[in-house]
Design a protein around this ligand. Structure first.
Ligand SMILES: Nc1nc2c(ncn2[C@@H]2O[C@H](COP(=O)(O)OP(=O)(O)OP(=O)(O)O)[C@@H](O)[C@H]2O)c(=O)[nH]1
Ligand SMILES: [Mg+2]
Length: 221
């Protein structure tokens, strides 16, 4: 049942933004490739990875856009902000200034998207570099920022892998649920347009309207 809807859920766009050197690429690589590189190689413009999931047996992809934090690449990177179902704003737990800049990064990303169309996350990276006491202190500020940004807060370490899988699983679950809701809304809209008042029965790949024996495929747009 609903298999045609599921086929169309397919993919959600995730955009990762934040200052240079905060660990955006490392976070993505830890998740998608399960590796960590100590050496810094600045991202030039943008890069992307696709990660495949299965949620309740349904294949689902995240297209994760890794953007450059360096000012000189900002205008290239910002061209890729549009259509983001998820915006991940990253800062470095060991460099508090980078937290201050997250609001500007988010504002720039939101400007390219429809209001209220994206889930927002605030992620503190390099958890392994700070003591528990420093981490707790910084997190108090981070949680305040997250509330103001209407974001969900996470702290992670790409080096140790702490929280990385859990974080992206959460991203995937929310994005998946959102695309499911959008598809069901579209389908409901189409059913309303049919407007025959007939009893509409949902079957595999199609809706069947028993009265006129008319079958409506859900795959049309
Ligand atoms: N100890 C530690 N180092 C990290 C962690 N994440 C990233 N780093 C290091 O921080 C440096 C910068 O990481 P990147 O992932 O390249 O940073 P970026 O945000 O992608 O930088 P730009 O591409 O220039 O915007 C690299 O030397 C990484 O090895 C972490 O969780 N722990
Ligand atoms: Mg990078």
């Amino acid at each position: 049942m609903f298999s045609n809807i599921y086929n169309r859920l397919k993919i959600s766009k995730v955009v990762v933004v934040g200052d240079l050197y905060v660990g955006k690429t490392s976070l993505i690589h830890r998740f998608c490739k399960d590796n960590f590189d100590r050496d810094y190689k600045a991202t030039i413009g943008v890069d992307f990875e696709i990660e495949r999931f299965e949620i309740s047996g349904i294949p689902y992809n995240l297209q994760i856009w890794d953007t450059a934090g360096q000012e000189k690449f900002k205008c290239i990177a910002s061209a890729y902000y549009r259509g983001a179902e998820v915006i991940i704003t990253v800062f470095d737990l060991a460099d508090i200034q980078t937290l201050d800049h997250t609001k500007q990064w988010l504002e720039d990303a939101l400007r390219e998207n429809e209001p209220d169309s994206s889930f927002i996350f605030l992620v503190g990276t390099k958890k392994d570099l700070v003591s528990d006491a420093v981490c707790e202190r910084t997190e108090l500020d981070a949680i305040r920022f997250a509330n103001e940004m209407q974001a969900e807060y996470w702290s992670v370490s790409a080096k140790t892998g702490e929280n990385v899988k859990e974080f992206f699983s959460r991203v995937a679950a929310l994005a998946f649920e959102q695309s499911m809701i959008k598809e069901l809304e579209k389908t409901a809209g189409r059913m309303a347009q049919i407007g025959t008042g007939s009893l509409i029965k949902l079957e595999d790949n199609m809706m069947e309207i028993p009265e006129g024996n008319t079958q409506v495929s859900l795959s049309c747009c």
